[in-house]
Design a protein around this ligand. Structure first.
Ligand code: FPP
Length: 264
């Protein structure tokens, strides 16, 4: 259930810049994560950076299971940004090989556990074998009713906004002639993850405090949680701390604390 978009102020109807005020609960419906710190985890142990990515896969498995157990409906993981191509070629190739082997090895188990897997991003840049594996994994799991696991790969928030704008104008060319008629819902319908609720909780591990071109539109009212824990060390206890912090937040969506008390 959602609250209305507009409210009345001095006899005028005032529209909020966000479309809806979602009803929230103690457990987030959608968690989005930037998994940072793999390289530093490896360096601290005298290992190559890729060893950190490999260990990071264990944290992914643990979080996916934990979200499933907790009944969290959506988990979105930033695996490879459109800026990550700037990394040393060896590391990029290794990451691509890791994605391929993960899809080959893990999809059956995800399917058994009713996980619906989707990959968002500009997938054309990936080698055909990886594109095929992604397509097959999405098709296999498309009817599953458990956790919605979305992997952002070659994803950028600005790319998402641009592709949504292009798709919107291609599908509704009359809007180009009447831009004043474009509403938030016209555009958001074409964003990736248009059918998912916006994230309630964003987590970034590894100590940096930035969004790094992740879900720019979708994070407008998301609670942000930053932790120094490096991604390979992000275990169930670390996730519990993030959830604890989330539960302590007052999600006002522009209203006052007093209004929230009256409404609850
Ligand atoms: C950022 O750490 C991590 C990445 C760019 C890759 C993340 C990939 C995985 C955890 C494995 C695959 C996961 C899925 C879901 C396919 P960094 O390398 O920037 O670490 P640093 O900041 O310490 O250098």
């Amino acid at each position: 259930m959602h609250w209305a978009v507009s409210c009345s102020f001095l006899g005028r109807t005032v529209h909020s810049s966000t479309q809806i005020i979602p009803q929230t609960t103690d457990m987030p419906r959608h968690v989005a994560v930037i998994m940072d710190g793999n390289g530093r985890w490896a360096r601290a142990r005298g290992l190559p950076r890729v060893a950190g990515h490999k260990k990071g896969v264990d944290s992914v498995r643990s979080l996916v299971s934990d979200c499933g157990r907790k009944g969290i409906a959506h988990l979105t993981l930033f695996a490879f940004s459109s800026e990550n191509w700037r990394r040393p070629p060896d590391e990029v190739s290794w990451l691509m090989a890791l994605f391929v082997s993960l899809l080959e090895r893990e999809v059956k188990s995800l399917h058994r556990n009713k996980v619906r897997l989707r990959v968002i991003g500009d997938l054309k840049a990936f080698e055909p074998k990886l594109q095929d594996l992604i397509h097959d994994a999405e098709a296999l799991t498309s009817q599953n009713q458990g956790l919605n696991l979305t992997i952002a790969a070659n994803y950028g928030g600005r790319w998402d906004l641009l592709q949504a704008m292009q798709a919107m104008l291609a599908s509704k060319p009359h809007l180009a002639l009447h831009p004043q008629h474009i509403g938030e819902a016209d555009l958001s319908a074409f964003l990736t993850m248009a059918d998912a609720p916006e994230p309630d909780l964003f987590i970034r591990t590894g100590g940096e405090q930035r969004i790094s071109n992740f879900l720019l539109w979708h994070l407008a009212y998301t609670e942000l949680y930053f932790t120094d824990t490096l991604w390979p060390d992000f275990d169930e206890a670390a996730f519990a701390c993030a959830l604890h912090s989330y539960r302590a937040r007052e999600r006002r969506f522009g209203r006052t604390s007093e209004q929230l008390r009256v409404e609850s």
